[in-house]
Design a binder for this molecule. Structure first.
Ligand code: CMC
Length: 430
């Protein structure tokens, strides 16, 4: 019997030559195609893959997704169990260091993060410079970038101690920058971090504290926010993570790379989708208008925001957890009236041939905005909340990139279809 080889045989019909390429981890190396040439001075065959639909750009041990089965795991642990049994800071540690912390490790890690929540006073001045109606995500992106100017030592990216300092600082300060952006937009004084509170509780304090000597977060809302951070913490090679890796591959400091990742997250097709969902629900307004809205979506006049995913072709497991979490939150805050519109939208869409055929299911952003709104976060803060949770994932992916000997500066190729060489005419001749 012929033994099966883990290779791919390709015949180049231009030359009649055959090539045998090794298959490893169900991939071939695109570079192996370069040997296929018509002439010795040809560049060789490339793959053409806009939006990287079928191209793996790295090997990773951080997050596993099975999009058909609706499975999400961080370092092997199912997201459902992490959301139930762990805090966000435990999950952040897991993403960064590969294992869950024991009690002593967690105490040390929490102490590090907590002692890095304050920002330099000059950052407040920078924040003050924004216009009163600046989008908080724009302020967040800019101030994360500005952190690089305060910590020039972070440029030493091959120094593990500097990298650890960046983890403490970026995870510690992200909620502070986010809350300051909000306070600036509503004209309220900034609230300093309260290091006696939990990671999520401190954020709520910096957002909502007014004149009370000590802000006491509602434990249900504090827990819900912590779970939302866990659900958003990593999602393998999505747009913002690819930005973190791509920009980080130039060996720039991690604050600049995290600012680029935050900017990628700002877009309505990515982290800005939760904001877009709420605006869409407002626009629909009543359940009666849903069929007309769905009809327009099917005619290509817009998208059902919070639906569909590049990887999930099944219910997003994060959306199921959030749906359950919403019930707990609404018991405290009262039911968000938009929930009825969202539930009805989901019911109709999941029965509609258009969505069924394309395997479009609710994603993480479909219900998260309803919780955020019930917790009194303004809609334009939603992507910022996503960014706080995602910071640990970006950093874990960035470190993995740096420690991977196969990685180099990211530099995709192109297929050039422009004009051939020609002479530049003088201005008078154009
Ligand atoms: N509403 C209506 N039609 C859709 C939607 C949608 N939300 N999403 C995809 N489609 C259609 C699309 O028109 C296309 O149809 P056709 O084959 O007839 O041209 C088909 O489904 C495949 O869509 P695609 O755009 O090729 O899929 P993609 O993998 O490139 O896009 C996506 C994934 C998430 C950008 C897209 O589903 C989308 O725009 N969804 C709405 C925005 C959203 O909720 N984004 C949050 C994603 S989850 C959080 C995160 O990772 O940031």
């Amino acid at each position: 019997m012929e033994t099966k080889r883990s290779t791919l045989t390709i015949t180049d019909n231009r030359t009649g030559k055959q090539y045998e390429l090794p298959i490893e981890n169900e991939t071939i190396r695109a570079n192996d195609l370069r040997q296929m040439k018509v002439n010795p001075d040809d560049f060789g065959i490339m793959t053409y893959d806009p939006a990287y639909m079928a191209t793996a750009s790295c090997k990773s041990t951080i997050t596993f997704i099975d999009g058909d089965k609706g499975i999400l795991r961080y370092r092997g642990y199912p997201i459902e169990q992490l959301a139930e049994k762990c805090s966000y800071l435990e999950v952040a540690y897991l993403l960064l260091f590969g294992e869950l912390p024991n009690k002593a490790q967690l105490e040390e890690w929490t102490a590090h993060i907590t002692t890095h929540t304050f920002v330099h006073e000059n950052l407040k001045k920078l924040m003050d410079g924004f216009h009163y109606d600046a989008h908080p995500m724009g302020m967040f992106v800019s101030t994360v970038a500005a952190l690089s100017t305060f910590y020039p030592g972070a440029k030493k990216i091959s120094d593990p101690t500097e990298r650890a300092m960046t983890f403490y600082r970026l995870i510690g300060k992200a909620p502070t920058l986010a809350a300051f952006a909000y306070r600036h937009s509503v004209g309220m004084p900034y609230v300093h971090p309260d290091n006696e509170l939990s990671y999520a509780g401190n954020f709520l304090s910096m957002m909502y504290k007014v004149a009370e000597p000590k802000y006491k977060p509602n434990p249900v809302l504090e827990h819900a926010l912590d779970v939302l951070y866990i659900l958003h913490a990593d999602h393998e090679q999505n747009c913002s993570t690819s930005a973190m890796r791509g920009v980080g591959s130039s060996q720039v400091d991690p604050y600049s790379a995290a600012a680029a990742a935050s900017a990628a997250l700002y877009g309505p097709l990515h982290g800005g989708a939760n904001e877009a969902v709420l605006r869409m629900l407002d626009e629909i307004g009543t359940k009666e208008k849903i069929p007309a809205f769905i009809k327009e979506v099917k005619e290509g006049k817009g998208r059902l925001m919070g639906f569909g995913h590049r990887v999930y072709k099944n219910y997003d497991p994060r959306a199921s957890i959030i749906k359950r979490l919403a019930d707990q939150v609404f018991e405290v805050t009262g039911r968000n009236p938009k929930l009825d519109i969202a539930l009805e939208l989901e019911r109709i869409a999941l029965q509609d041939d258009y969505f069924v055929k394309r395997k479009l299911y609710p994603n993480v952003d479909f219900y998260s905005g309803l919780i955020y709104q019930a917790m009194k976060f303004p809609v334009d803060m939603f992507p910022v909340l996503f960014a706080i949770g995602r910071m640990s994932g970006w950093l874990a992916q960035w470190q993995e990139l740096l420690l991977d000997p196969e990685q180099k500066i990211a530099r995709p190729r192109q297929v050039y279809l422009g004009k051939g060489a020609r002479d530049v005419p003088m201005l008078s001749q154009r």
